[in-house]
Design a protein around this ligand. Structure first.
Ligand SMILES: Cc1ncc(C[n+]2csc(CCOP(=O)(O)OP(=O)(O)O)c2C)c(N)n1
Length: 662
């Protein structure tokens, strides 16, 4: 039997279907999501939750003229299916395939790119302001989650909203989950709002109202009731209710929409976000509003897939799984641990001995490994929500009171807190320890998630101690060392499994600014090459050294450990002794570790040629695996060997693509 999904490829096809047909389409889309993502993984749970919403949006609005702005945009898979990308859907997050987020260059229907949380309200408001300025009439619809709402930028936008435009539609997609369970006062507030019996009654009245209207009548009725009618009643009830409910429970009342209303934003809801006819009617209503409006919809993350409903955190974003049972492959025995787990378990150990240590995460307890501390010592653990700037300044505050906060944030999300690192931590020289997970390539998430810039943006700040462990054991040593420092300390380590080296029972103190000489020159009269491999790239350096030795080179291998302060003597000595220096880093070349080496060489008059291996001056795309991108961009043993040989005038055995220095 043919499916509606087979007939639907563009928004105009959605518009042609009746509501019952669209309801069937919703089921088919869920099946496509569950089956289509099983092989490569992706953000299954969030997308299963927005199926009806996305269909309703395309039924009611006219994309790309009307603009949809999705916060984080990990929930745009259904939107991709309905906007001409259905045939390529199963390539999502794979090499050459669709990106896992909204991407302006991918489709005219992706009006704003994202991957980081909290940007949608500002971007959408900017679009609305531009529309008003140029005098056109398109709608701007901003879809943001209950966790995205906790982000500071969202509030900055709301503060600015009502006096910037009169025409703005916000959709608060509330599923009560961030990646983990949503935390904090806003989440508590939304919960109060949902459970407030009075407001629920109001939502029901509204549902009844829109449902009773015959098709086509809605706009007319609403136009007639524009000021004194239903909308006014909503506001009135909301405002009145505050004082009454404050008396009722003595704590400031049940939730009331007064928060939004006081911001000048009309609040509507909460309504069932899986009720397609109701969504369609409500969006039609919103279209007529002459006032900024927020529609609060309640959805279920993982709706339609039992396994995802049971484990919303796991199914927020995951790798391959069984499309029937939701089971994921078991980890093969002997697989090295994940860096994030080593960080979390080490932190617990360190906390047991050092009572000044505390852990802070910005809504990523599992991704960063902070969950271990949460479980072991909940009183030493803080989840501040999706609020990286706050996390950093909060840590700075704790540091002034004698604590050693360990802030674990992905490298890419830490960019959000750049000024806080400068102004609140480094300038005051506070001993905050930053564990920067996902530093380096984050292959299938793509450019929004690659953590390729932190060495550059950190090493220009005074007081910084910046490190990169070559393996998991060294990560533990660096965390231990950082806890003894009286300066801001940054440790960068990559996504995924570690190197598989044994962990010492007790971490060891490292000398700050001292590199590790992994292999010194043999002094065997062969051509001397010094390979400086930073972090896990040291494995590449060692492998390249092995191959080069077989081809007539005398190689030294150095593990720099510190990008700031650099080990001046080690770099100088090996720089002078070698005929060629190679630096290798999982970071952009511009301003990175190799650049720091060049600066040092320039100061110390080391004139030996330097080949820098790293990422070029461009945003690197997504791919199925890290290895594919590394091979493409020359972060491979093969390319290192070829470039060394080319430097000495030897043709490479095979000709890999040589990457020019940025
Ligand atoms: C600045 C930033 N910090 C952290 C993240 C990681 N992250 C991605 S989605 C997400 C949760 C979003 O929750 P919500 O906004 O409620 O949307 P839902 O997934 O529930 O639909 C988080 C924390 C991010 N993308 N950006």
């Amino acid at each position: 039997m043919s499916r509606y999904l087979d007939m639907v490829d563009e928004p105009e096809h959605v518009k042609k279907l009746t509501v019952p047909q669209l309801q069937e389409l919703a089921g088919e889309i869920r099946t496509e999501l569950i089956e289509g993502l099983a092989k490569g993984g992706g953000h299954l749970g969030p997308n299963l939750g927005v199926v009806e919403l996305t269909i309703a949006l395309h039924k009611v609005f006219n994309s790309p003229k009307d603009k949809f702005v999705w916060d984080v945009s990990h929930q745009v898979y259904v939107h991709k299916l309905l906007t001409g990308r259905k045939k390529r859907f199963r390539t999502i997050r794979q090499t050459g395939g669709l990106n896992g987020f909204a991407l302006r260059s991918e489709s005219e229907h992706d009006s704003f790119g994202a991957g980081h949380a909290g940007t949608a309200l500002s971007a959408a408001l900017g679009m609305a302001a531009a529309r008003d300025k140029r005098g056109t009439n398109e709608h701007v619809v901003c879809i943001f989650g209950d966790a995205a709402l906790t982000n500071g930028i969202s509030f900055e936008a709301m503060n600015n909203l009502a006096h910037t435009t009169k025409k703005f539609i916000g959709i608060l997609n509330d599923n009560e989950w961030s990646i983990a369970k949503n935390v904090g006062a806003i989440s508590g507030y939304l919960n109060k709002l949902i459970t407030n019996p009075r407001y629920n009654q109001l939502a029901k009245d509204f549902e009844g109202f829109v449902r009773r209207l015959p098709k086509g009548d809605l706009a007319l009725k609403l136009a007639h009731r524009a000021e004194g009618g239903f909308k006014g009643a909503l506001t009135g009830v909301g405002l009145q209710q505050v004082s009454r409910d404050a008396e009722a429970d003595g704590r400031g009342g049940y939730g009331s929409p007064v928060f939004f209303e006081e911001m000048g934003i009309r609040y509507l809801g909460p309504i069932n976000g899986h009720d397609l006819p109701l969504l369609i009617s409500t969006l039609e209503f919103a279209k007529q509003c002459d006032h900024p409006i927020v529609i609060h919809i309640l959805t279920q993350k993982g709706k339609g897939f039992e396994a995802a409903l049971k484990q919303p955190e796991k199914f927020h974003g995951l790798g391959p799984y069984n499309a029937l049972t939701g089971e994921t492959p078991t980890v093969k025995p002997g697989t090295p641990p994940m860096y994030q787990d080593v960080m979390g378990q080490t932190l617990v150990k360190l906390c047991q001995k050092n009572t000044n240590l505390v852990g802070i995460t910005a809504a990523m307890p599992t991704g960063t490994g902070m969950k271990y501390l949460e479980k072991a010592m909940p009183e030493r653990y803080y989840d501040v929500g999706i609020a990286e700037e706050h996390a950093v300044i909060f840590a700075a505050g704790m540091a002034t009171m004698g604590y050693r906060p360990v802030v674990a944030i992905y490298s890419t999300f830490l960019q959000r807190a750049y000024d806080c690192i400068h102004h609140d931590v480094c300038l005051q020289d506070l001993p905050v320890i930053f564990c920067m997970d996902r530093a380096g390539l984050s292959a299938n998430d793509g450019p929004t998630h690659h953590g390729l810039f932190d060495i550059s943006f950190l090493r220009c700040f005074p007081n910084v101690v910046a490190m990169a462990p070559a393996n998991e054991d060294e990560l533990a040593d660096m965390m231990f060392t950082a806890a003894t420092l009286n300066h801001p300390a940054f440790i960068r380590y990559p996504r995924g499994t570690a190197e598989g080296v044994p962990l010492k029972t007790e971490p060891q103190l490292l000398e700050v600014g001292r590199a590790q000489i992994v292999q010194t020159f043999a002094n065997n009269q062969k051509r001397k090459v010094a390979l400086f491999g930073l972090g896990p790239m040291n494995t590449l350096a060692r492998k390249a050294a092995g191959q080069l030795a077989a081809e007539g080179f005398d190689c030294a291998v150095i593990n720099p450990r510190f990008t700031k302060p650099l080990d001046g003597p080690a770099h100088e000595t090996y720089g002078h002794e070698a005929e060629l220096v190679v630096t290798i880093e999982d970071h952009v070349l511009m301003g990175g570790y190799g650049s720091a080496v060049l600066e040092l060489f320039s100061e110390k008059n080391v004139t030996t040629p330097v080949i820098r291996i790293g990422w070029p001056d461009q945003f690197v795309e997504h791919a199925t695996t890290q290895d594919e991108l590394r091979a493409k961009y020359g972060l491979s043993v093969e390319n290192i060997v070829a470039r060394v040989k080319a430097q000495f005038g030897e043709a490479p055995v095979k000709a890999p693509k040589l990457i020019a220095v940025a």
